[in-house]
Design a protein around this ligand. Structure first.
Ligand SMILES: [Zn+2]
Ligand SMILES: [Zn+2]
Length: 133
């Protein structure tokens, strides 16, 4: 499959591929020089459309973008809104489950919700200090 990608879109993709994490459009914009806000948004939209980038609207933060490189789950912190990758592929399982209804799964996005490590550390400190006496 050959798709035409603009030079700007290529540059945006390079940022996402290099950072290997979830970035908001603002974060992509901040890490690039001499590129307009509208151009970044347009590039992200285009990359999402052609399936090179995934847009995730999770948690409280604004939507984040990631370069699609493998199947994984997402963990979203209910408190700080941080998005983390969990390297487990559930696509096969979901594909199998959908088969019985005659659906065809192209890709799956699974999100787990809870408290991230950093937020847990903050919570854990409170009862720990009380129980010292
Ligand atoms: Zn958190
Ligand atoms: Zn991810």
């Amino acid at each position: 499959m050959s798709v035409r990608i603009s030079q700007q879109a290529r540059a945006v993709l390079a940022v996402l591929a290099e950072r290997r994490c979830h970035l908001t459009a603002e974060e992509v914009l901040a890490s690039m020089e001499s590129i307009g806000t509208a151009t970044v948004y347009r590039a992200l939209d285009h990359l999402t459309e052609i399936g090179l980038v995934r847009r995730l609207a999770l948690g409280k933060k604004s939507a984040v973008y990631e370069y699609i490189r493998d199947s994984h789950l997402h963990f979203v912190c209910n408190r700080c809104g941080a998005v983390h990758d969990i390297q487990t592929d559930m696509t096969g399982m979901i594909r199998e489950a959908a088969k019985c209804c005659g659906h065809e799964v192209e890709w799956a996005e699974v999100t787990a919700h809870g408290l991230c490590k950093d937020c847990r550390a903050v919570w854990d400190e409170i009862p720990a200090q009380e129980s010292v006496q």
